[in-house]
Design a binder for this molecule. Structure first.
Ligand code: 4NP
Length: 160
């Protein structure tokens, strides 16, 4: 069975998309699907290349049992569209940047992670970088919920 590759994308690749990668990887692993689904993350900016996630993100995620500490920042490239079946932006600004980079013939899914959320009123994961700890908790709440929906979506399309 061919693998499914999922890329989570935000602006800095130190807060939201590492959180999304860490949570989705955790869910995939606990269901024994890690031979089939691979997860990565990147930023639309190159501001934090090679850096670990923001300590506030690492701490907030760790309190819910998710380990982000091994991740390092990188910038999304056009070549990512060759590799990834799902390219999932955290907000509309990220999505616009990805649309500008995306080849016209891209056959995968380019959209927002919250397309898979159970709460259709929210489309964006708000950037927590300049705010307080409540922002990091909201990021976790929104991403945990949407990752469940994303996993169900992928499982429904699993080849027999
Ligand atoms: P992220 O958050 O896009 O969720 O990683 C940010 C991280 C850093 C900056 C902005 C947003 N920054 O301005 O450096």
């Amino acid at each position: 069975m061919s693998k499914v590759h999922v890329l989570m994308v935000c602006l800095g690749n130190i807060c939201r998309s590492p959180t999304a990668q860490g949570i989705f990887e955790h869910r995939v692993r606990e269901r024994g699907l890690d031979d089939w689904i691979e997860v990565d993350s990147a930023g639309t900016s190159g501001w934090h290349i090679g850096e670990p996630p923001d300590p506030r993100s690492i701490r907030a995620a760790r309190e819910r049992g998710f380990d982000l500490s091994g991740q390092r920042g990188r910038q999304v490239t056009e070549q990512d569209f060759d590799r990834f079946d799902y390219v999932l932006a955290m907000d509309f600004q990220n999505l616009q940047a990805l649309r500008a980079l995306c080849p016209q013939n891209y056959g995968g899914y380019l959209g927002r992670l919250l397309d898979f959320s159970s709460d259709k009123r929210r489309q964006d994961v708000p950037d927590p970088y300049h705010g307080g700890s409540a922002g990091f908790e909201l990021v976790l709440d929104l991403i945990e919920d949407a990752c469940e929906g994303l996993l169900q979506h992928i499982l429904e399309r699993r080849p027999a």
